[in-house]
Design a binder for this molecule. Structure first.
Ligand SMILES: [Mn+2]
Length: 352
């Protein structure tokens, strides 16, 4: 994909759709597009539902409309469907921007850009979206959505001075970097708490309110609202308690063989449904001598969050074998795919 051609392309389309991930790095590209004044319809999709969602969208995508996919990757079958759409003469087009190493094969297609890192810096989807728009010489010029007399949201495009645009670009850059720091876990190594706080607030707030308040940040310079600040204060205490409790509860499944990894591993297993990354990292560090990775399971959600530190295991390869995917140190898969052998091993660890 020649992203330099983006500006011409974006103004050419009658409507733009964005299919993106449900996490912070998923909403990031939508906020970036808004900040650059590019109106679009966002759809938030779980990793496991992406192919279904894209195929469905293709079926209803009208002529002269663009679909952008960010922070998610499609399988080969969907990739073939996208290639076919892009060859049609009706002006429909689909592009994909992702940073997951497991999606590198999509770079064979001219409609995709997959870059896990650039110049030695780990990328996030939000950063890649931001960079491609900057490279394409887009200007920060936030569109705003206001309710009209019928309660419907109308897009307005205020005029900004070049000084205002420069200030807003600095703020947007800061927001984008915080998303990148969080998504790549660089915030942890660099001890940048603000990035983790941004993620906490993302999960605490309703998605559209989060987006609206971050747009207010770009306009006014206040990253967290008073309500956000109060929540952060409360949640830090909650997190401290959770880390302590789960450190005590963690079971160790020893010498367990996983698909996608040659040697048997020791797995620290806990159950929770919040703070996966904070908890996973905390346990992986605390029990570095005893375990190779942490599996955080949620039976209700049929979800397992895989976390590790260092290079002992490539979790993305393991997760791929269990209906999931992700990064070497942070991935996710289905509990049902790990299946009864794993669950039995957990019970055995419990009885030891
Ligand atoms: Mn991401």
């Amino acid at each position: 994909m020649d992203f330099k051609k983006l500006p011409k392309k974006l103004s050419y389309y009658e409507e733009i759709h964005l299919i993106t991930h449900t996490d912070l790095d998923g909403i990031g590209p939508s906020i970036v597009l808004d900040a650059f004044g590019i109106d679009h319809n966002p759809y938030y999709v779980e990793t496991r539902k992406i192919d279904e969602a894209v195929i469905e969208k293709i079926a209803e995508l009208p002529d002269q409309q663009l679909l952008i996919i960010t922070d998610l990757s499609v399988n080969e079958e969907t990739a073939a469907a996208i290639t076919a759409v892009n060859k049609e003469p009706n002006g429909r087009n689909i592009i994909l921007i992702d940073h997951h190493a497991s999606a590198l094969y999509l770079n064979d297609f001219d409609w995709a850009e997959v870059a896990p890192d650039k110049n030695g810096i780990k990328m996030s989807a939000t950063t890649l979206m931001f960079k491609s728009l900057l490279d394409a010489e887009f200007e920060v010029s936030p569109l705003q959505r206001v309710e009209d007399e019928n309660g419907e949201l109308q897009v307005i495009r205020p005029e900004y001075s070049s000084k205002e645009k420069a200030t807003m670009l600095t703020r947007l850059t800061h927001f984008v970097e915080n998303v990148r720091l969080y998504d790549t876990w660089d915030w942890h190594a660099l001890s940048i708490q603000e990035a983790a706080d941004l993620n906490t607030i993302f999960y605490a707030r309703r998605r559209h309110e989060f987006a609206k308040d971050r747009m207010n940040y770009i306009l006014n310079g206040e990253l967290f609202t008073d309500e956000d600040q109060q929540y952060l204060h409360f949640s830090k205490e909650e997190l401290r308690k959770l880390l302590k409790k789960k450190s005590k509860q963690m079971l160790i499944v020893e010498n367990y063989t996983l698909l996608g990894h040659d040697e048997p591993v020791n797995i620290g297993v806990v159950e929770t449904d919040s703070y996966f990354s904070e908890l996973g990292n905390h346990l992986a560090e605390k029990f570095e001598q005893e375990i190779d990775c942490v599996f955080i399971i949620s039976l209700i959600k049929n979800k397992v969050s895989l976390r590790s530190i260092g290079h002992k295991v490539d979790l993305s390869k393991i997760a791929k074998n269990y209906n999931g995917g992700g990064h070497p140190n942070a991935s996710g898969c289905d509990l049902s795919a790990l299946g009864m052998p794993f669950i039995s091993a957990v019970f055995e660890a419990q009885n030891r």
